[in-house]
Design a protein around this ligand. Structure first.
Ligand SMILES: Nc1ncnc2c1ncn2[C@@H]1O[C@H](COP(=O)(O)OP(=O)(O)OP(=O)(O)O)[C@@H](O)[C@H]1O
Ligand SMILES: [Mg+2]
Length: 447
């Protein structure tokens, strides 16, 4: 069992992460500052440390400094709020392994942990269960092959794809499969950082450049020198930052905010967007010249709709990760292959997590599928021309499957208390009894 130490003075956040990591099968220790962290490390060996930066008594930077001084090489992930990114970047130099800006997605944290625990499990190649990027469909294989080729040339790569298709996963994989894999990898979500801050965060600033700039600061580009910077949601980059970025792409130099001296760094840039940059250009929100510079090596990551056959291995992987020991019935898999998946792999992952909690048996059955999902699938299914049959036949089928879901959920949620179910649904008791009989609903299905 892997052990994790988490330090954060925000009790709510700390306990939230703690709970989730425990569920994922980690043994977790926690404390509210660096001093408590050091105490815990005296008694316990841990595999990974997650720490906040700003904490009373002993902050994250001092804590990292102390453990490194003592020769502890445990990987440390720093959690940081916006506006303290410069400090977080500093901690990379001070011995941190990676940082995440708050608020972050849980998946991001879990992915970082996984990367740090299994640095060898991370090849871009399709090696089945162990690879990061799963899938056997031609669509994903093509995208992978292309990405691998691009990764080895030291050129900017533009990842395009709908939300949840795996752009972040691809970006990390590019870094690991490049000659820079030993260098720093820094991921920046341009959409999540205030536009006024983004320039100084990327490029750094000089003392006096703006109110609050009390001293010179280095930015992310500098911190990643020799490594890779992933600029996510590039369509959200401010116009002034776009100018600076263009200049950097042209001659690898930039100036700090408020600075006059040109700086040179050696980094590979990866960009991602789920927006159509061409229409942003039309709206004058994205520079056309910059677009040509970043669009040298575009890779399109397919949506899950274009690779429905991969649903099964992905679902099985996520189930295995949920450690529930559950399987999926073939009926549910069939349903899943009919869904549209607008949220792509992220939606699939959350769907499986939800199912593994809802289901009471060791196999996920159609009854466990929430009605909204079920209905969306049914509507799509019967709207398609393959299913054009006699109107009444089709309608009856849809209604029956709707009824089945509606009444089994209604009865489950009321513990099969018919009076309560009747009050809640506005359907008479007699009709409910009738439905139970017609639809062959059984109490022991879920209760
Ligand atoms: N091929 C894959 N195999 C397994 N898991 C994957 C794969 N691709 C993506 N995931 C998982 O799906 C989730 C969404 O992926 P990711 O965050 O990379 O999407 P994204 O394209 O960056 O989305 P957005 O545009 O919303 O930022 C993550 O939890 C990621 O780990
Ligand atoms: Mg993303």
């Amino acid at each position: 069992m892997n052990k994790i130490l988490i330090l954060d003075d925000e009790k709510f956040l700390r306990e939230g992460i703690e709970k989730i990591l425990r569920k994922k099968g980690f043994k977790v220790f926690s404390g509210k500052n660096g001093i408590e962290g050091l105490e815990i490390l005296k008694e316990n060996a841990v595999d990974i440390i997650i720490t906040d930066l700003r904490m009373p008594d002993m902050d994250g930077a001092e804590f990292i400094h102390t453990i490194r001084e003592n020769g502890l090489r445990i990987p440390v992930i720093v959690l940081t709020a916006f506006g303290t990114i410069e400090q977080a970047v500093e901690t990379l130099r001070g011995g941190a392994s990676d940082f995440l800006t708050k608020p972050f997605e849980l998946d991001q944290l879990l992915n970082r942990i996984k990367d740090l625990l299994h640095p060898k499990d991370t090849s871009l190649t399709n090696k089945g269960e162990k690879g990061d990027i799963l899938g056997n469909s031609p669509a994903i294989k093509n995208a992978l092959e292309l990405t691998l080729k691009g990764a080895q040339k030291d050129i900017p790569i533009l990842l395009q794809g709908e939300t949840g298709t795996g752009k972040e996963v691809f970006a990390r994989a590019i870094h690991r499969n490049s000659k820079r894999s030993k260098g720093n990898y820094i991921s920046v979500n341009c959409g999540a950082i205030a536009q006024e801050l983004i320039e100084s965060e990327l490029f750094g600033y000089m003392k006096g450049a703006f109110t609050g700039a009390y001293e010179d600061k280095e930015g992310i580009f500098q911190a990643a020198d020799g490594g890779t910077v992933f600029l996510d949601e590039i369509g959200d980059l401010s116009m002034t930052a776009q100018v600076k970025l263009l200049r950097f792409l042209e001659n690898s130099t930039f100036m700090k905010v408020g600075g006059t001296k040109e700086k040179k760094v050696d980094i590979r840039l990866i960009f991602a967007t789920n927006r159509d940059l061409r229409s942003l250009i039309k709206e004058k929100k994205f520079r056309e010249d910059l677009y040509y510079r970043i669009n040298i090596f575009p890779v399109f990551i397919p949506s899950l709709r274009e690779r429905l056959d991969d649903i099964e291995i992905l679902a099985k992987k996520f189930l295995a990760e949920s450690k529930s020991g559950m399987s999926i019935s073939s009926e549910v898999l069939k349903l899943m292959k009919k869904h549209n998946w607008p949220g792509n792999i992220r939606e699939l992952k959350h769907f499986i997590e939800r199912m593994s909690i809802i289901s009471d048996s060791d196999e996920i059955m159609p009854e466990d599928v929430p009605p909204d999902f079920f209905n969306a699938v049914m509507q799509k299914e019967y709207a398609s021309s393959e299913h054009l049959g006699k109107y009444m036949d089709v309608k009856n089928k849809v209604v029956r499957s709707f009824d089945f879901n509606y009444f089994s959920n209604l009865l489950d949620s009321t513990g099969w208390n018919i009076n309560q179910a009747s009050r809640l649904s506005g359907v008479s008791r007699k009709t409910i009894y009738q439905k139970i009989e017609d639809l062959e609903l059984k109490k022991d299905l879920k209760t």
